[in-house]
Unconditional design. Structure first.
Length: 276
């Protein structure tokens, strides 16, 4: 089974205990959930992706585990009424798993050239990256790239996208990469990541969902319950930091705990743990 980034720090920070009740709001491949179950905890695992839930239902047969397909923005509704106010800890791991990047075939990674520009984490929504690229105005595209990834070349890329689609429709990852290459030349590497991140965030309403999810988590926790959030870019981490301050919550560690793994996206991970 995949070992998620910052696993040890999450388990220690949430102070997992036998008989405790926990919500893994982004259960994914089940790495964090497995560690909680090994400690004797009960887990409600949520994931937007139907395929992930089906795979876990086949591979993780445990009476202490309940799995539900759902958006963590709706955590307040997804947690059973009998457990509201009795949850010891909630975990949000905001990164895409390697399996999602590699296997879903929805254009999440700039490396998978022939994949369609879909980028939906689930098919409940209608908006896709392909629609955004082919329909949104230059100003709307600029705002997405600037707001969701702080891309310094946001205006130039937005303009190039509008020019490209006068003769050809965006369909695949390769189509988008060609536009980024035209603007960035040989220095496109990190820009790929930022543009794909910005589109994925827009398609899946990730910032809005994070805010709703954090608000909802407060409603299901018991007094003294803890929330752990693993973020992978500064915009998410800033949202979490501001949420802690606005709600006057107690942060367990003064600074975010940084990832220390080999892959670049894992090294970018930051963990914040706080309690009510």
């Amino acid at each position: 089974m995949h070992t998620p980034v910052l696993l040890k720090q999450v388990i220690e920070g949430l102070q997992i205990k036998a008989g405790g009740k926990y919500v893994d709001a982004t259960v994914g491949e089940g790495g964090h959930t497995s560690a909680i179950l090994e400690k004797g905890g009960y887990v409600l695992g949520l994931d937007r992706n139907k395929e992930q839930i089906i795979a876990l239902q086949k591979n993780m047969n445990n009476d202490c585990l309940t799995l539900i397909q759902g958006n963590f923005a709706e955590i307040a509704e997804l947690v059973p009424s009998k457990d509201k106010g009795n949850i010891d800890g909630v975990l949000f791991d905001l990164g895409l798993s390697w399996a999602q990047l590699k296997n879903l075939g929805r254009g999440f990674s700039y490396r998978n050239l022939e994949e369609p520009l879909d980028m939906r984490l689930d098919f409940s929504g209608e908006l896709t990256a392909e629609y955004i690229l082919n329909v949104y105005s230059e100003d709307e595209l600029y705002e997405i790239f600037a707001k969701n990834s702080e891309e310094v070349k946001a205006r130039e890329i937005a303009e190039s996208i509008v020019n490209y689609r006068t003769t050809k429709r965006y369909k695949t990852v390769h189509d988008l990469n060609k536009t980024i290459d035209k603007v960035m030349g040989a220095n496109a590497g990190k820009t790929y990541s930022r543009i794909y991140q910005a589109l994925r965030i827009e398609v899946n309403e990730e910032f809005e969902n994070l805010k709703k999810g954090l608000e909802g988590a407060l409603t299901v926790l018991k007094s003294g319950g803890k929330i752990a959030v693993i973020s992978f870019h500064s915009l998410e981490d800033r949202m979490v930091k501001n949420f802690i301050r606005e709600k006057k919550l107690k942060q367990i560690s003064k600074k975010a705990i940084a990832g220390d793994r080999q892959l670049s996206f894992e090294r970018s991970a930051h963990l914040r743990i706080f309690s009510i």
